[in-house]
Design a protein around this ligand. Sequence first.
Ligand SMILES: Nc1ncnc2c1ncn2[C@@H]1O[C@H](COP(=O)(O)OP(=O)(O)OP(=O)(O)O)[C@@H](O)[C@H]1O
Ligand SMILES: [Mg+2]
Length: 293
Amino acid sequence: MTPSTQKTLPQRTSPPREVTPPAAPVLALRDVRISDLAGDREIVHGVSFELTPGKTVGIVGESGSGKTLTCRAALGILPPHFEVGAGSIEIAGTDITTLTPARWTELRGTTISAVFQDPASYLNPSIRVGAQLAEVLRVKKGLGRREARERSVELLRAVQLREPELVHGQYPHELSGGMLQRVLIAAAIAAQPRILIADEATTALDVTVQAEILDLLADLRESTGLALVVVSHDLAVVAQLCDEVLVMRHGEVVEQGPTRAVLRDPRHDYTRLLIAEHESYGLDRFRAAKEDA
Ligand SMILES: Nc1ncnc2c1ncn2[C@@H]1O[C@H](COP(=O)(O)OP(=O)(O)OP(=O)(O)O)[C@@H](O)[C@H]1O
Ligand SMILES: [Mg+2]
């Protein structure tokens, strides 16, 4: 409160309540359009959202609707011939078009990170998982060998692998799909990023393991203030975690809003279809729970 406003205000009997300003977005997309230069066509026709610490934005939609391209644009890893033709992307307040390759290398992992489907393909089959995790820590955090080893065991514990010491010494082929995805999540959060993009990260897993991984992401969000982007073709996955949801179809965002409102009162036929598809999977129960919250 400035002295001048203090003078004009009536006397208070209790101290003024602290007003917390809304947190600044760590990731902001504004009308992002992505074009395939090879085919000279626009594939993603305008995606906008803001993500603040500890929050989760979900992107749901059918195959080929542009979910992964949107994520890859935010990570600065669009495939060759693709470019953000219009709109803007800001990571922690920095417009990504101003980033040099060296600055991108610094940001990836430390500010923005990602996990995708098919974790095995991101690990080297001939190197023990602990050593691969330790390598991330040496490169991104500048840790020495011993520290990196200790920290990598801690990370394996943080992603709730039951025997982190044992897993540390194992090769990727010795682990189940769910365990591998936990290892990948450990690698993605190793350098304490502020944003984690999970693109179909649980799609290849069976339902029980999928639920465990979603719980893990929610726990990490609570404990570290991580901001999440969760991508799935499965509305139930997005519904479980997200504050806000974007429904995409053919490169368009056909519906967007607070998850609860979209689930309760879907405006677009395609969203209704997605909801109908999931009624048998217990989305109804989830909707009821959200409304009680
Ligand atoms: N590397 C690429 N080369 C050529 N076309 C691509 C490439 N990646 C994506 N596309 C095209 O861009 C469109 C959007 O793809 P995208 O991968 O973003 O879809 P998606 O919503 O993630 O689908 P899915 O649910 O199957 O993962 C698709 O029509 C796809 O064919
Ligand atoms: Mg995809």
